[in-house]
Ligand binder design. Structure first.
Ligand code: PMP
Length: 383
């Protein structure tokens, strides 16, 4: 059985892999080395005679996959022993209800949970908090927002509530292309909850500053289907026992992320990406590479009157680079011609329009160079 071929692969391909450059915002590009390993392991993993898609989640092979994925995740992120690493399902979006259900016990000492609205996904998190918290005797409070200028900057004025159960924020705004240069000034002792879906492990992180970090794997860590949650141990006990079993972090922590049949393949592939990050020199090396890659594209924006970036310079994301040309018509033309030239996935999200180049960890530098060249050529032709 074969899938029907779409357009033939263009000439402007990644010379090493013979694949085109994939700027998709997620699911996004995976490292070549990881994909090659997956190809082999789908047939037969670790000489077991059975492929990774077919192994029991209670068997020895998956035991080892689990141990290594957690060990490597901890090593890469320098995660202290008093934090649990969980591999869950439901995507980052499911954390929008799991966070309040676990960290905002009804009848507890808290009356508010704070949200920083720095973009589209942060807004979604707030909306879910606003829906759930009243039923728990609380209220979702906006501690800061950048909505007034269509989220082109990182909020810099804060109005935290007196005693919030947690402050929820989003470290990289995938759609608007902005990223926090450092953590927001969350009051001492307040639990910081971070949606790091689109920049986790793209730079060093000090986990001790967080109560909970979560990320859908499908951008920087692996395929869709695995959601990584890093949670400080003491927070596991905040969750009321009457919360549905599958929605309690405590249960997943106790059962090692195997309370029921987990997304074995997604966790296995995410584990390979942790190994790949280690082999590349870890998070400091990732950061250096990501800075260099993004600069190749931002340099074109800065030296042109034809292109306009969405994000203020100080708020620019290293992961998602958002920009426009002089008109919507030219934007469309840009995306079309780029695709024909082997540069795929550049259409911006419908809420921002224009273009978005996602340059996650596994995205190759050669792809950034190819896009920069394409941008210059396109400007010459249409500017
Ligand atoms: N948060 C952020 C920052 C995202 O970029 C995304 C997905 N693009 C989500 C949340 C939602 O993730 P999921 O589709 O895994 O629920």
């Amino acid at each position: 059985m074969t899938l029907t071929a779409s357009a033939p692969v263009s000439a402007a391909v990644n010379a090493a892999s013979k694949r085109i450059f994939n700027f998709s915002a997620g699911p996004g590009v995976l490292p070549d080395e990881v994909l090659r390993q997956i190809q082999a392991d789908v047939w037969d993993i670790a000489g077991s005679g059975i492929g990774i898609l077919e192994h029991s989640h209670r068997g020895k092979v998956v035991d080892r996959v689990w141990e290594e994925a957690e060990r490597d995740c901890r090593e890469v992120g320098n995660i202290p022993a008093n934090y649990k690493v969980l591999f869950l399902t439901g995507g980052a979006t499911s954390q929008n209800h799991m966070v309040p259900m676990n960290l905002f016990p009804k009848g507890g000492q808290w009356k508010t949970a704070d949200y920083i609205i720095s973009g589209y996904w942060a807004q979604k998190s707030f909306d879910e908090g606003k829906k759930l918290l009243p039923g728990l005797g609380g209220e979702a409070h906006v501690a800061a927002t950048s909505e007034d200028r269509n989220h082109c900057y990182i909020p810099d004025k804060f109005n935290f509530s007196a005693n919030p159960a947690y402050v929820h924020w989003t470290s990289n705004n995938t759609i608007f292309g902005t990223e926090w240069p450092s953590e927001p000034p969350i009051p001492e002792g307040v639990v910081s909850v971070c949606d790091a879906s689109s920049d986790i492990y793209s730079r060093p992180i000090d986990v001790t500053k967080y109560g909970l970090i979560y990320a859908g794997a499908q951008k920087n860590l692996g395929p869709a289907g695995c959601t990584v949650v890093i949670i400080r141990e003491d927070l596991l006990e905040r969750c009321p026992k009457d919360v549905p079993t599958m929605l309690q972090y405590r249960v997943h922590a106790k059962d090692g992320s195997r309370h029921n049949t987990p997304p074995v393949f997604a966790v296995y592939a995410t584990g390979l990406v942790f190994k790949w990050i280690k082999s590349q020199g870890g998070l400091a090396a990732m950061q250096k590479r990501n800075q260099e890659k993004a600069a190749i594209i931002y340099d074109v924006l800065d030296s042109s009157k034809f292109y306009r970036g969405h994000a203020d310079k100080a708020a620019r994301s290293l992961m998602n680079i958002t920009f426009r040309t002089l008109s919507e018509q030219l934007d469309e033309q840009f995306v079309k011609e780029a695709k024909a030239a082997g540069l795929d996935g550049l259409k911006g999200h419908r809420s921002t329009g224009g273009m978005r180049a996602s340059t996650y960890n596994a995205f190759p530098r050669a792809g950034c160079e190819a896009l920069a060249q394409f941008m210059r050529d396109f400007e010459r032709k249409h500017g």
